[in-house]
Design a protein around this ligand. Sequence first.
Ligand SMILES: Cc1cc2nc3c(=O)[nH]c(=O)nc-3n(C[C@H](O)[C@H](O)[C@H](O)COP(=O)(O)OP(=O)(O)OC[C@H]3O[C@@H](n4cnc5c(N)ncnc54)[C@H](O)[C@@H]3O)c2cc1C
Length: 383
Amino acid sequence: MTAKHYDLAVVGAGIVGLGHAVAALRRGLTVAVVDRASTIGGASVRNFGHLCLTAQDGEAREYAELARELWLTLAPAAGFWLKESGTVVVARADDELAVLSEFQDARGDDEVRMLSAGEVRELVPVGDGVAVGGAMLPRDLQVDPREASLAIAQWLEAHGVDFFWSTAVLAVETGVVHTTRGRVAADAVVVAVNYDVDLLFPGIAEAHGIQRCGLDMLLVDADLERPLSAPLLTGWSLLRYAGFTGLSSAAGLRARLADEHPELLALDLNQMYTQRPDGSLIVGDTHYRGADVPPFQSEAAFDALLEQARLLFGTDRIRVRERWQGVYASAPDEFLLASPAPQVRVVSVTTGIGMTTGLGFAERVVGKLFSSAPALAGAGTAG
Ligand SMILES: Cc1cc2nc3c(=O)[nH]c(=O)nc-3n(C[C@H](O)[C@H](O)[C@H](O)COP(=O)(O)OP(=O)(O)OC[C@H]3O[C@@H](n4cnc5c(N)ncnc54)[C@H](O)[C@@H]3O)c2cc1C
């Protein structure tokens, strides 16, 4: 397949695999990326493009901060759309406002700015009388998921990273990646195949409790009063991200939503929205976990997502452009990092925050694998 010997071979060209290639390039290393698909089509294009760092905690927060700097450097270098948008969280009830207020107390003014109902309406077109208040998380970012990872891959290729598309990896050992087109030799190998860890390393997947999490998503055109100035989270999101869920007021919110909306809780709803540069709105999402994701998406779930959007934005004029299913790896821990053989790492972001954290996680993994090669400043090589 190739006689070349690389410093690093990466299996998987999603944002996590690409992050490892970026981190290696920053150290002046030679890199090959192998993906079984003909282009990027996994979770890294099926998401909201929401770089939601403020709501993260612990290890995820550390990776998200690192990733933020890398996103800000990569966007102009690779030429893709990135908005320093912040995030708006709309509160529709006092208990949601209480969680945001506790979050503000914990994080301070630089990270969380409380908003009045009127200020929420100025930033996002929620219906009249819907909001009781909200918060702005000013450090969060937004990218267009249809564009960003692809642009990073093209940028890497232009800087000498070799991509082997339509090439499935069958097995990995120290120094060698075995593929359907032959072998790739490399000093180190990183396997970043998202939920498909169980196909290459079933023992690791079992030991870490890795499952697949399926999500129902929509792209819609909506007649809104004005565009969304930022990604929009709701009270449902306050039950989700680690920065919120650890707060004492979150338990009461969960109990109230479970009582009032058991059907939405059963869908494991995270009601949230991002608006792409062309004006279309990404609407989501539901969650269902298992060893496999059923191929049959429930229309009832889409009905619920659309009904919630109508209620929030106070409009019936919402037309569906696309529906799709996203899948990501899910496990009790937020990150998988395993070493099945010397100089081989198996990595996965095992909750739905890989766009936010993946680049930072990768930077840490490569930094440890190649500790003698310091990273250059910026995203990569000159030019
Ligand atoms: C609907 C949805 C919404 C989300 N929203 C957000 C969000 O707004 N913000 C956020 O931070 N995160 C979000 N996430 C999570 C984020 O998208 C994922 O965590 C991230 O994209 C995972 O990246 P990845 O590189 O691990 O996986 P993927 O992008 O799925 O890439 C894995 C790659 O591995 C390749 N591969 C698999 N097996 C092999 C093999 N044997 N040989 C060769 N190649 C192989 C696949 O072809 C694929 O290209 C969302 C996820 C989903 C599904």
